[in-house]
Every structure is written in structure tokens, then in C-alpha cells.
Write a protein that binds this ligand. Structure first.
Ligand SMILES: Cc1cc2nc3c(=O)[nH]c(=O)nc-3n(C[C@H](O)[C@H](O)[C@H](O)COP(=O)(O)O)c2cc1C
Length: 231
């Protein structure tokens, strides 16, 4: 499967990956964004259908804002970003919602060499090949976590799946009673099952669509998407 992702990357002229790992999805997208209904876990794309899925089953709180969105519900934008693209989208979402922002921070930050997917001995390649990709976080739970009604959860796509840094944040927290809206950036891969896989692994929450954006998406595209959510 990884070879399919590799092929997508190469075709997109964006990236090449190291010879490690064996998971991930093969979908590749060259458009600026896509939406996937995680409730169906099918990869069907739609930007209009707002159906939901219930999964019943850092220290960098860098904003001092209240997290209030326009209807009084408290919004948090939690994200991990290794190289800044997902961070930019997170900030666009904050601009559109007035929510608070929380950077998901690994206890041991990733260096550029750690992220070198062309080196089979790099940290990401070794982690990708490991059975348990759980990453220790410097602060797994945002301050006042129980106050938030809506949580955007952001991540870069790594080998067709959500970065396991964000996946570790999802597993570490109780989402019961919260609306959760995943978003991600990638060079070319689509959302695939990355968002629905996070929903499956989560402790509760009503998980809405995931949205994938290209690494250099314009703020207006992100704002349009946020406005379409009817928050
Ligand atoms: C280890 C690693 C694996 C990646 N795997 C994919 C992939 O499978 N598909 C893709 O389109 N991009 C892939 N990328 C590129 C990132 O998803 C893309 O650059 C993203 O926007 C980075 O977000 P960030 O700057 O917030 O970390 C990968 C990048 C890294 C470092």
C-alpha cells in the first residue's frame, strides 16, 4: 500500500518516501481541499452533507481568548504541525471561529532529520513500522478541556494516515459530549480514512467530516469551509 502512496507522491512531483512501513491509503488528491463523511468511512466526498458520526464507544495554549464562537459555544482548535502548514490552517480556523488554539506538542520534538522519510533509519520511518505509534505528549490535555463544545482536530497526513502525534492526542482525551471536526494538510494525498480512523480510536464525541487541505491552501478556502459548517 505504501508503494501506492509513493507513486502518488512521485506523480504529484511533491515528495518521495522512504522504504519503510506498510500502512496507509493510496488516494491522492491534487485539489485544494476535500471533505469526507467519516460516518460512512467510505472516502465518499461531499462538501454539502453535514451528517455526523458518533464514536461513543503543548502546553502551548497560546491563545488567551475565550473560545467563544458566534452562538456562544466554546471552540478549540487543537493541531499538530511538523513544518507549519497545518498550523497555518489552524490559525485560519481560529480567525474564522474566534476559538482558542492548542498546539499538540510531542515531548520530544521532531527534528528535520527525524522527519526524513527518505531515510529508513529516521524516527518517522521507525515509528511508522512500529506496532504502537503512540507518542508521548508534553501536555496531552488542554486547559479547561471540559468547557469546549466544539473541537477542531488538525494533523498532517503521514503515509496516508493522520500523524500519530495527533492520534496520540485523540486517544489521550475524553471527547464525550463534544462535536469534533477533523482537518488536515497534505502534499497530495486525500483525506482517505485518516479522519474516520481517528473517530474510531476516540473516547466518545460526535465526529463530523474531515477536511483535507493542500499544504499551501489560501485562508479564504479555509474560511469558506468553516462557514459551511453552520457552527
Ligand atoms: C513523514 C511524512 C510523511 C508524509 N506522508 C504524506 C503522504 O502520505 N501523503 C501526502 O500527500 N503528503 C505526505 N507528507 C507531506 C505532509 O503531509 C504535508 O507536507 C503537510 O502539509 C505537512 O503539514 P505540517 O507542515 O503541518 O507538518 C508527509 C510528510 C512527512 C514528514
Amino acid at each position: 500500500m505504501k508503494k501506492l502512496i509513493l507513486t502518488s507522491f512521485i506523480l504529484a512531483g511533491a515528495l518521495s518516501l522512504c522504504a519503510c512501513g506498510n500502512t496507509g491509503t493510496s488516494s491522492a488528491e491534487s485539489g485544494s481541499s476535500e471533505a469526507v463523511n467519516s460516518s460512512e468511512n467510505s472516502g465518499n466526498e461531499s462538501s454539502a452533507d453535514n451528517s455526523e458520526v458518533s464514536s461513543d464507544s503543548s502546553e502551548d495554549v497560546s491563545s488567551e481568548s475565550t473560545g467563544n464562537s458566534t452562538d456562544g459555544k466554546k471552540v478549540l482548535v487543537a493541531y499538530y504541525s511538523a513544518t507549519g502548514s497545518t498550523k497555518a490552517v489552524a490559525e485560519y480556523i481560529v480567525n474564522a471561529t474566534g476559538g482558542d488554539i492548542f498546539e499538540i506538542t510531542p515531548a520530544v520534538p521532531y527534528t528535520l532529520e527525524d522527519l526524513n522519510y527518505n531515510n529508513s533509519d529516521s524516527r518517522v520511518c521507525k515509528e511508522h513500522d512500529s506496532a504502537d505509534k503512540t507518542v508521548e505528549l508534553s501536555n496531552a490535555t488542554p486547559d479547561n478541556w471540559s468547557d469546549y463544545d466544539t473541537v477542531f482536530v488538525g494533523y498532517p497526513i503521514w503515509w496516508g494516515e493522520a500523524s500519530w502525534v495527533t492520534a496520540s492526542f485523540v486517544k489521550a482525551n475524553d471527547f464525550d459530549g463534544k462535536t469534533v471536526i477533523p482537518f488536515c494538510t497534505s502534499a497530495s494525498s486525500g483525506l482517505g480514512n485518516s479522519a474516520s480512523d481517528l473517530a474510531k480510536s476516540a473516547n466518545g464525541g460526535t465526529w463530523q467530516y474531515g477536511m483535507r487541505f493542500s499544504s499551501s491552501v489560501a485562508e479564504s478556502d479555509v474560511t469558506d469551509w468553516v462557514n459551511s459548517l453552520g457552527l
